[in-house]
Design a protein around this ligand. Structure first.
Ligand SMILES: *[C@@H]1O[C@H](CO)[C@@H](O)[C@H](O)[C@H]1NC(C)=O
Ligand SMILES: *[C@@H]1O[C@H](CO)[C@@H](O)[C@H](O)[C@H]1NC(C)=O
Ligand SMILES: *[C@@H]1O[C@H](CO)[C@@H](O)[C@H](O)[C@H]1NC(C)=O
Length: 183
């Protein structure tokens, strides 16, 4: 009896169920993930009139530096299309970096890429991860995004492209690979 009732229910509700599944897959088809790769350059000054990366807190009595555990930096680097300081600006890399390893070898990076160029104006990407200070290529995660990058996830690499210790000026190349909905 119970079995019969179930199979009747199945017969009755199966077509709407199928329709629901079909509708869901159509909705998914409309929001297919798209992959975007970007190559960006951060114009990074740790001293001088255009300072854009500054230690704001650290352990009392210790030198505040990127290799001293507990040091916190705030950054707002211009993000350019090419490596040159005069290259067109596409946005700003704004966030905080924390010397998070007791042995001074790793940094926790929390940076928003805030785009102002024509293509991505108003959109952002959120970078988060553990950056290995002494590796030529440091990799962090892209954990989220807004605007054209809604639901973004992926990864980003940092490479020191140019460094002039005399002027405390560095150019960091940031390659981003993200998957996001096609908006
Ligand atoms: C600081 O920025 C100004 C304006 O962009 C620029 O003219 C100047 O050359 C920069 N100074 C240094 C030391 O890079
Ligand atoms: C980006 O958006 C802002 C605010 O809507 C606008 O003022 C600015 O002109 C836009 N920039 C570009 C390059 O479209
Ligand atoms: C970043 O992109 C540039 C330009 O495509 C490429 O030459 C470089 O090898 C890339 N770096 C990494 C770590 O993938």
């Amino acid at each position: 009896m119970a079995f019969n009732l179930t199979s009747k229910l199945t017969q009755r509700f199966l077509p709407p169920l199928l329709l629901l599944v079909f509708t869901i897959s159509l909705a998914e088809a409309n929001t297919i993930l798209k992959e975007t790769r970007l190559v960006l350059y951060f114009q990074d000054f740790t001293a001088g009139p255009n300072i854009s990366n500054i230690a704001v807190a650290g352990i009392a009595g210790k030198e505040w530096s990127f290799t001293q555990f507990g040091t916190i930096y705030v950054t707002d680097d211009a993000m350019t299309q090419g490596p040159k300081l005069t290259s067109p600006v596409v946005g700003r890399a704004q966030g905080i970096k924390v010397a998070s390893a007791l042995n001074g070898r790793n940094t926790l990076v929390l940076v928003s890429l805030v785009f102002t160029n024509l293509k991505y104006n108003g959109s952002t990407l959120e970078l988060q991860g553990n950056s290995k200070n002494f590796e030529p290529v440091r990799e962090v995660a892209v954990v989220a995004g807004t605007g054209k990058f809604r639901f973004a996830r992926g990864y980003a690499t940092f490479e020191t492209f140019f460094l002039d210790p005399a002027t405390s000026y560095a150019v960091i190349r940031c390659n981003v690979t993200v998957q996001h909905y096609h908006l």
